[in-house]
Design a protein around this ligand. Structure first.
Ligand code: ADP
Ligand code: TRP
Length: 337
């Protein structure tokens, strides 16, 4: 055991999609297979509340995200697998970290800045219109998720790199001000995976309704793939990989040679329709078995819940030890005689 830890979470705001899989779930499960690595994977349901105000959606998504992790090969005996809201220690740490985080750091967060920019673009006098504190402070909660288990590596998509930098900043500040208790975490990015683009041209995200769901049946998968934006080039006309988000998705599911071959075929005039068939087949080859496991699990929610409860027990026992040290370091202590 090198004593290294890998940790990541997926927000419970909808049905997992190809981006979640290639950006976080697949690399996380690969990292957990390393016997030298301890792993912590969780359902980020308190993060879900930031973007989603529909209780049923949060609840259903929790089941779907949990079933996805399990279907993709997570072994709950080896990995500590839990739901964020089952670990109250994370919220305690969240507050302590909130008290040492510079407001200026949060002002620079991409998600907050995007919301402000949208208000400015819409000509609103109040830049902070409709910005809630959950959105504003969300990088601190994410830091608490990571620091609570002193993770070394955090497999995430590229969109999360800034949050990892913030977590390091917050950890460093605590270590400097109080006591050296926190490991500085590193983002782990899969080189061959870009942030996948969704069916409307924006980042593929559960929050935008523009996704290709991970476990739709073959027919629905092909239907979604057919909606990927392309240009009007005819069959036979040479095409470049960056003319459609289709190529980045293909690359995320193919090996290097296959990606080169695909580029070649596009250059030789492969029809977009045929490219879409090739893409759906490629995705299907990797996901077919996992899809069967997913749907089997989805019909047994009580089994999933039992796994999550066992995971929460393991996670809480670990979290408590560090939280006690953190509380002591900041002066939250019992009075003694
Ligand atoms: P979403 O935007 O779909 O709600 P989450 O916030 O739950 O996604 O992200 C879970 C993980 O999936 C994160 O590590 C994130 O970086 C990754 N991820 C999300 N969308 C994409 C994407 N389009 N391409 C690559 N990775 C992604
Ligand atoms: N914020 C992440 C996202 O939107 C999800 C997440 C929450 C997470 N807490 C985390 C990822 C801790 C890694 C580590 O994608």
């Amino acid at each position: 055991m090198t004593g290294k830890r890998v940790l990541t979470g997926v927000t419970t705001t909808g049905i997992p999609h190809l981006g979640n899989y290639v950006g976080a779930i697949r690399p996380a499960i690969a990292a957990a297979a390393n016997p030298e690595m301890e792993s912590f994977f969780f359902l980020a349901d308190y993060h879900g509340l930031i973007k989603c105000h529909d209780p049923n959606r949060i609840h259903e998504s929790t089941q779907a995200v949990a079933a996805t992790w399990l279907a993709c090969g997570l072994d709950p005996e080896r990995t500590t697998f839990y739901r964020q809201s089952d670990i109250p220690e994370i919220q305690e740490l969240n507050w302590i970290l909130t008290c040492i985080t510079a407001k200026g750091l949060m002002n620079r967060a991409h998600a907050y800045k995007a919301a402000v920019q949208e208000n400015i673009d819409n000509g609103l006098a109040d830049e902070d219109h409709a910005v809630e504190m959950g959105l504003y402070s969300y990088p601190i909660l994410m830091a608490a998720d990571i620091l609570m288990f002193n993770a070394h590596y955090v497999p995430v998509g590229r969109d999360q790199i800034q949050h990892l930098e913030m977590a390091r900043d917050i950890a460093g500040r605590f270590n400097h001000r109080f006591k050296n208790l926190f490991t500085l975490p590193e983002a782990q990015i899969d080189d061959k995976v870009e942030t996948l683009v969704g069916l409307d041209g924006r980042k593929m995200s559960k929050s935008y309704g523009n996704t290709i769901a991970l476990f739709d049946d073959e027919k629905k998968l092909q239907k979604s793939v057919n909606k990927i934006i392309t240009n009007l080039k005819e069959p036979g006309e040479p095409k470049l990989p960056d003319e459609s988000p289709l190529f980045e998705i293909y690359k995320a599911f193919a090996n290097e040679n296959e990606a080169v071959e695909f580029t070649q075929k596009l250059a030789e005039g492969l029809a977009w329709g045929d490219a879409k068939k090739m893409l759906a087949a490629k995705i299907n080859a990797e996901l077919a078995d996992k899809r069967d496991r997913y749907w089997a699990l989805m019909s047994h929610p009580a089994e999933i819940e039992a796994i999550l409860q066992a995971g929460a027990q393991k996670a809480r026992a670990r979290a408590r030890v560090l939280l006690d040290e953190v509380r002591d370091a900041v002066g939250i202590r019992r009075l003694r005689g």
